[in-house]
Design a protein around this ligand. Structure first.
Ligand code: ATP
Ligand code: MG
Length: 350
């Protein structure tokens, strides 16, 4: 069978499959929890096939201390499980254990264009003024991310709002690969950006995203923070002097107030309108303690379970190894087809 023939026979409809990842570039934040992890659990519970990954190859686009990287990867896995990911129902692993990601990533480096990559706002933000000194990996990161998704023929990707542009790039890469080789091989993926907190902002600056790699620990709530620490960070969170408005519309030009209300809504599972109805006219002196109590109530069971899981790192490594095997079983046959389509000889005895 020629490569063209095998490619033409590829079915055009793809089985619903979800893939998403989180970088072990630090401890997980409330932003990661509300924008990503909580959604990951919901998708698993809807019964869709779910594949979740600690993307360690992405983390090293910025230098990571090896011992810390190992610790953060295990802690990330513990957070997934503590938040409700069942490693039997979902596939949970760390990216570097499945080499198909990096292999397809290289092929996509040859599909993606320099101009596409240099337009990525995250590249511009992270490389900052000194782009010359940033790693080549940081520049190429979105093409590896496209490979992470497409090596599973994943059709849906739950992410926070900040990843929207990278998912558009993933679609462009899939379309260009399909066009360049005259195949209908990669699906055009659907971003799932849902909920009240798709973009949780920094507690110190309502115009900046909350990030685990932000140098200021006060800018974020970590899933490992104690109840006292969470309360203290919320108390000190930047706000304006006005009370909460009577309608959601009144939050429009108040980024810090809007952020705290969005966080409350997402944690409580209420709409923003509902939160505004409950707290209309309230001062931050009233709203902040209520938010702190809610955050502690929702996060402390996760923190406790994470700590319990972290006491047995060998068990976490076993879970990641098992997940990696199951992930590789899906990815490798897809990668073999890519080698066939692109004309790479595969004659080595296995
Ligand atoms: P880094 O600063 O190292 O990039 P990060 O906090 O941005 O870390 P990522 O690992 O890049 O975390 O992203 C993991 C997932 O969490 C992605 O789906 C991303 O969209 C989501 N996410 C990250 N930050 C936020 C946020 N502030 N609000 C909502 N979702 C977020
Ligand atoms: Mg990020």
């Amino acid at each position: 069978m020629t490569s063209q023939a095998s490619a033409v026979q590829t079915p055009k409809t793809f089985k619903p499959r979800i893939f998403s990842g989180i970088q072990p570039s630090g401890g997980l934040t409330l932003g990661n929890y509300l924008g990503a992890l909580k959604r990951f659990v919901e998708k698993q519970d809807e019964g869709i096939e779910t594949i979740y990954c600690l993307v360690d190859l992405h983390a090293i686009t910025v230098w990571q201390d090896p011992a810390k990287l190992r610790q953060q990867t295990r802690e990330g896995a513990a957070a997934f499980i503590a938040a409700g990911i069942d490693p039997k129902r979902s596939i949970l692993f760390n990216q570097s254990q499945v080499s198909a990601h990096a292999e397809l990533g290289w092929i996509f480096n040859c599909i993606a264009r320099m101009g596409w990559m240099s337009r990525m706002t995250q590249w511009k933000d992270k490389a900052g003024k000194n782009a010359e000194a940033a790693s080549l990996g940081l520049f190429a990161y979105p093409s590896l991310m496209a490979a992470d998704i497409l090596v599973y023929h994943a059709t849906m990707v739950p992410v926070g709002e900040d990843q929207k542009q990278h998912l558009e790039l993933t679609r462009d890469i899939a379309i260009k690969f399909n066009n360049d080789y005259g195949v209908d091989f990669f699906p055009v993926v659907e971003p799932l950006i849902e909920g009240a907190a798709t973009r949780v902002m920094s507690l110190r600056d309502g115009t900046k995203k909350m990030s685990k790699s932000d140098p200021s620990d006060q800018s974020r709530i970590n899933l490992t923070d104690s109840a006292d620490m969470i309360a203290q960070k919320i108390r000190k969170a930047k706000t304006d002097p006005d009370p909460l408005p009577e309608t959601a519309e009144g939050l429009k030009d108040r980024p810090e107030a809007r952020n705290l209300v969005n966080i409350y809504a997402a944690l409580a599972g209420h709409s923003v309108d509902q939160v505004i109805r409950d707290f209309a006219g309230a001062q931050f002196g009233t709203f902040k303690p209520a938010l702190a109590d809610l955050a502690v109530a929702k996060l402390s069971p996760i923190t406790t379970e994470m700590n319990r899981l972290m006491a047995d790192p060998a068990e976490i490594d076993r879970i990641l190894g098992d997940g990696a095997e199951r992930a590789a079983a899906i990815a490798e046959p897809i990668l073999e087809q890519v080698f066939d389509i692109t004309g790479m000889i595969r004659s080595r005895r296995k």
